[in-house]
Design a protein around this ligand. Structure first.
Ligand SMILES: Cc1ncc(COP(=O)(O)O)c(C=O)c1O
Length: 377
């Protein structure tokens, strides 16, 4: 592979330790949790992953960690499970389609009233915008922690405080910040959604959500079915995690999360954050030395994750990405990045941007090589 600069889409490789553990598991028996005695191992793997993820995201009870196929399924589950007919829902104007589409669908079907909170062109949000938007029927706030297009961090702590004071439930999308930025659920929010295959360093097909205590009780299950528990009844069990985990789980994906999140915890999220910040600073400083690229987003590594979108006036974003790949083997992502809302906010719709995103394998030498390539374009 050339230079991989698309970590916001997915981490391109498992760490050696995680890969080793998965290989060992694949050489043994694969039984499902809760269905037979031997399946206890799968349940133990899930508990190990719940403990690591609960620690990472500040949930005191590991049973409030619920596994799904990814952040998209988890957002659908949290939104559908928490809204009630007639609710007004607030969401930001930089949400990913994983949140925006289920919300728009509920609005179109007349279930909810939906208000998009306008972010500034660089993706930042003034908490005053939220305060002014809250009305008598507002019941839910959906917010991404960071824009997957602009990298901009949103003030989730302050916004969730405002929302909770007004009796509004909160959902945060941690797809871009999980494993990169510290987050503490129990102090801040009702439901925190994570993707397993990005900053958490696990396999694709495993993700989930971490629920606050009262949200776990209030939320209705979105997918219903067999759990191997309470089988005499046609109703879903009320206890966790079974209430939200029917069907056979992705044990391999969950094991990848257990191993990778334990590894992240031993490295320390602050250490990872510091490295992200330093790589992003180097990239932004280099871009500023060039005449043509226009940085979308804050251009401030303190206020963003390691995601930088740019445009070059007069050049098509797809064409730029193709030339970077053909000429230098640089892998980026161009276009609208599943977030037309963020591009409308940034003024880059419908043309889109070229997005560079960095992660654990990124080196300073790679950042310099990318900058040289952009200068030569
Ligand atoms: C902010 C954000 N939310 C949700 C998702 C969806 O994640 P997944 O494809 O793992 O379900 C992504 C993926 O790019 C994302 O960036």
């Amino acid at each position: 592979m050339g230079i991989y600069a698309n970590y916001a889409a997915t981490a391109p490789a498992l760490s050696e330790a995680v890969a080793r553990e998965l290989k060992e598991y694949l050489g043994g028996l694969h039984l499902n949790a809760g269905r037979n005695f031997e399946g206890l191992e799968a349940g133990a793997i899930a508990l190990r992953a719940r403990r690591a993820i609960g620690t990472l995201f500040g949930a005191a009870d590991p049973l409030r960690v619920i596994f799904t196929s990814g952040a998209t399924a988890a957002l659908n589950m949290a939104i559908q499970g928490l809204v009630r007919p007639g609710d007004q829902v607030l969401a930001t104007s930089v949400e990913h389609n994983a949140a925006a589409r289920p919300l728009e669908d509920l609005r179109e079907r007349g279930v909810i009233d939906l208000v998009w909170l306008p972010c500034a062109q660089d993706g930042s949000l003034d908490p005053g915008t939220l305060r002014r938007a809250i009305g008598k029927t507002t019941r839910l706030l959906v917010m991404t922690h960071a824009s997957n297009v602009l990298g901009t961090l949103l003030p989730v702590g302050e916004c969730f405080r405002i929302a909770h004071e007004a009796g509004i439930r909160t959902i945060v999308d941690l797809a871009q910040t999980g494993g990169h930025i510290p987050f503490a659920l129990d102090e801040t929010c009702d439901a925190a959604v994570f993707a397993g295959h990005k900053g958490l360093g696990g396999l694709a097909g495993a993700g989930g959500l971490v629920l606050g205590k009262s949200a776990a009780a209030a939320m209705r299950p979105w997918i219903l079915g067999g759990t191997g528990s309470g089988s005499h009844s046609l109703a879903m069990p009320e206890f966790l995690p079974d209430k939200f985990e029917p069907g056979t789980q992705n044990t391999l994906g969950i094991l990848s999360l257990a191993a990778s999140v334990e590894e992240l915890l031993s490295i320390g999220i602050e250490t990872i954050r510091e490295r992200d910040r330093s790589l992003t600073s180097r990239f932004i400083a280099g871009l500023r030395g060039l005449r043509k690229p226009r940085i979308c987003g804050t251009g401030d590594p303190e206020r963003s994750v390691a995601v930088v979108s740019l445009t070059i006036p007069g050049c098509d974003a797809g064409e730029l990405a193709r030339r970077l790949f053909d000429g230098w083997g640089i892998i980026t992502r161009s276009g609208l990045h599943c977030s037309p809302l963020a591009h409308k906010t940034a003024g880059t719709f419908p043309g889109g941007t070229v997005r560079f995103s960095f992660g654990r394998g990124t080196t300073e030498a790679e950042i310099d090589a990318i900058l040289e390539a952009i200068a030569d374009l």
